[in-house]
Design a protein around this ligand. Sequence first.
Ligand code: BGP
Length: 490
Amino acid sequence: MANKQFPEGFLWGSASAAYQIEGAHDLDGKGLSNWDHFVRIPGKTFKETTGDVAVDHYHRFAEDIRLMAEMGLKTYRFSISWPRVIPDGTGEVNEAGLQFYDNIINACIKNDIVPMVTVYHWDLPQALVDDYDGWEHRRIVDDYVAYATVLFKRYGDRVKHWITMNEQNVFTMLGWMAGMHPPGDVANNKMFYQVNHHANMAHAKAVLALKELFPESKVGASHAFGPAYALDCKPENHVAQMNSNDMGNYWWMDVYAYGRYPKRTMKYLTEMGVAPQFEAGDEDIMKAAAAKVDFMGVNYYQTGVAEHNPIDGVGAAKEKMNNSGKKGSTKEVSGVPGMFKRPANPHLETTDWDWTIDPVGLRVCCRDITSRYDLPIVISENGLGAFDKQEENGRIHDPYRIAYLKAHIEELKIAIDEGSEVWAYCTWSFTDLLSWLNGYQKRYGFVYVDREEEEGSGTLNRFKKDSYYWYEKVIASNGAEMDFDPTTMK
Ligand code: BGP
């Protein structure tokens, strides 16, 4: 049993994001966000779902945190809504918004749950978009840092773990390349890289600001790490794999950890005329911040495959992603001409939304980070989106989720045994919540929330799923007991 246990003090956690749970989108002085606008454009989200009410965490946070406490959760990762705190994005601060997060933080601490705060999980004040196109303008850097500093000053006495950015690679890729997140731009390579540079500078300056105020705090950014395997041992496919990891992962993680961009990709972007523009001093700031970053945050869901793609080969996907949960509806192979393409992996099962299920991939992430950066790791998200059904007696049997989490936690333990320093494992998510593009039917939580896509469709009441009881045992045994069968419970 002893050597099955995770390191002492390991943070067993779960995660959420403001827009996906809070609701109250226009209450108590909150400003509107880019997402409040985007979801109202017909066809952008599954069945036009919005986060107007979401799972009403704004009014039910006390109950949600009580459920976390009952489970024995060690850390809760949540995000703060920028427009709730600074309605116009810059300038006046909304005290009611700050108070809401005070209440959450205090409730966590009272229940021995370490609060882990994400500064930015995609909901940008719409006022900044109206004013100067948000992330597209360099002005965002100072506004972001001013916002982050408000949070650091207000909560820094109690919050010791900070995540500056959630999945910068995803919100920029879907926002400026795939047209699926705000602002809905397509194949805008030049802006994509520029926006990323702005986000990198915002991250870097916020790290420096935090360390100035609270040198002992722990800070990192959360990257959606999807490692690529080479299709086979053909040398050109190995090069494709290097290109894929460089462009899809190290482009962000090297900035967080080293304060510089990978050379091969920078050369490629320069040749294409889409490399980001720097201001004087940016490189020094990026390096100074990287030296102060404490951990690499990893959101891990799936791996990909890389294959050689000639310069006249396939480009970005034209088909829509599978947002319906109809398994097998993604067939298209996409890629970056001259760099790589992404065929399917015949060795892996997939979810109903066509995401590969690959527990070993989580170990690959940890091993890679340990070798490349030698930084501690926080798994800030990992989980399975599935169709859960509530039975008449109120129970929700989700053995598929338990199997998924168990397999991933086992691989995480192997990574730790192999030398990775892992501080935390946060599942996605604690309660069911809104999936940005996939509505409410794609459920991730330990706690079932009674609602469907239509507003007003359920009671919003909470119910513990089988996986809730299972994770409770995992936490109580510090990872040693993973075979508990919750269906045996009355
Ligand atoms: C990550 C995001 C989360 C969450 C999760 C599940 O990319 O950080 O906010 O949504 O993925 O994704 P989805 O909701 O698309 O299934």
